[in-house]
Design a binder for this molecule. Structure first.
Ligand code: NDP
Ligand code: KPL
Length: 303
């Protein structure tokens, strides 16, 4: 049986660990506070107020990933480089699934690993911490997985996820699908993080979503992308206008509420960085970016 490692399992990584351990040999590597809590109480998943608790294999020792065939990197983007180096140290031949929002982690992974070991995923599953041993699923629209080299391994990994009931599709162009999520995040999820809005189709929200997407497309036109950024922009806008979550706690907002560092430098901050490179103005993305940075400092949203 394939052994699967969830490296740096937090809100989303633990969700995957919870599902995958039903059929596979899974080890989650987490911070000590989380590993200790789950070892003593089990991991509880809350879905629509229903609680299920399971015992999962969890440790804070990174060596535990050394015999895993598949490793899901589940840390935040700002930790990607360091954690990919740790994976390389303990298991240089592993197949690595990257679930980070944004497009940065795969860039680093390509520098450290062979392309056919990297399986980028775009995840539309929302999970947040209630406490160190309890997570809540608040959104489940499934995920898309792809690979950087044509290989049948992505299909095998997809089957593993499917076999435990995870909604998953295989991508015919994972660069496009990662950008799709990146554009949705920067235009819409950052807005949810700042305002708690659930209604992107309303006048004020759609005004921001549209302009943020136009700016990202203008930046994207300067890059060598393998897809039509104008079409993707239209697709993301349509998706956002039809998005009807009952609950939505975007991760940047969750981090602001907890007084934790956010991934904004790799989201709207990355749009700003690219725009500066090409001398383009991206005022809506830059404002969203700077607002998150200010809130990180003032802790105004901290509960
Ligand atoms: N949560 C969600 O709904 C979604 C998240 N994503 C993406 O998934 C990624 C993970 O997000 P999320 O689960 O919310 O983030 P979390 O912060 O909840 O999880 C990451 C965990 O990794 C831990 N960590 C960091 N370094 C190490 C290490 N060396 N050893 C052990 N643990 C470590 C962190 O600890 P500490 O907190 O102490 O730093 C944290 O507990 C992000 O890139 C996000 O963009 C994508 C879709 C949805
Ligand atoms: C929950 C979801 C899918 C959209 O906001 C997400 O990617 C995140 O918040 O990190």
């Amino acid at each position: 049986m394939e052994k699967i490692g969830i490296f740096c399992a937090g809100a989303l990584g633990l969700w995957f660990g919870f599902k995958l351990q039903d059929r596979y040999d899974v080890v989650c590597v987490s911070k000590k506070r989380i590993a200790d809590a789950i070892k003593s109480k089990g991991l509880t998943l809350l879905v629509d107020k229903k609680r299920t608790t399971k015992n999962i294999n969890i440790t804070e020792n990174p060596e535990a990933i050394s015999d895993c065939k598949i490793i899901m990197l589940a840390s935040k983007s700002f930790d990607s480089k360091e954690n990919l180096k740790t994976i390389k140290k303990y298991n240089p031949k592993a197949n690595i699934v990257t679930i980070q929002n944004g497009i940065y982690t795969e860039e680093v992974a390509k520098e450290l690993f062979d392309k056919n070991q990297i399986f980028p995923a775009s995840v539309m599953i929302g999970s947040k911490f209630i406490d160190n041993s309890t997570i809540e699923e608040f959104l489940n629209e499934g995920m898309i997985l792809g690979n950087l080299n044509n290989s049948s391994k992505a299909e095998d990994i997809t089957e593993i996820f499917k076999s435990v009931g995870i909604k998953i599709k295989i991508s015919d162009n994972i660069e496009r699908d990662k950008w799709k999520k990146f554009m949705f995040y920067c235009s819409s999820a950052t807005l949810n993080s700042l305002t708690a809005t659930l209604s992107l189709y309303e006048k004020d929200e759609s005004w921001i979503v549209k302009r943020a997407l136009n700016e990202i497309a203008s930046v994207g036109r300067n890059l060598k992308l393998s897809f039509d950024i104008e079409k993707l922009k239209e697709d993301v806008f349509k998706y956002a206008m039809n998005f009807r979550p009952r609950q939505w706690n975007a991760s940047v907002g969750e981090d602001l509420k907890r007084g934790k560092k956010t991934e904004i430098d790799y989201l709207n901050g990355y749009v700003v960085e690219l725009a500066n490179r090409f001398d383009i103005d991206v005022p809506v993305n830059e404002t969203l970016y700077r607002l998150v940075k200010i809130l990180q400092k003032t802790e105004r949203l901290k509960i």
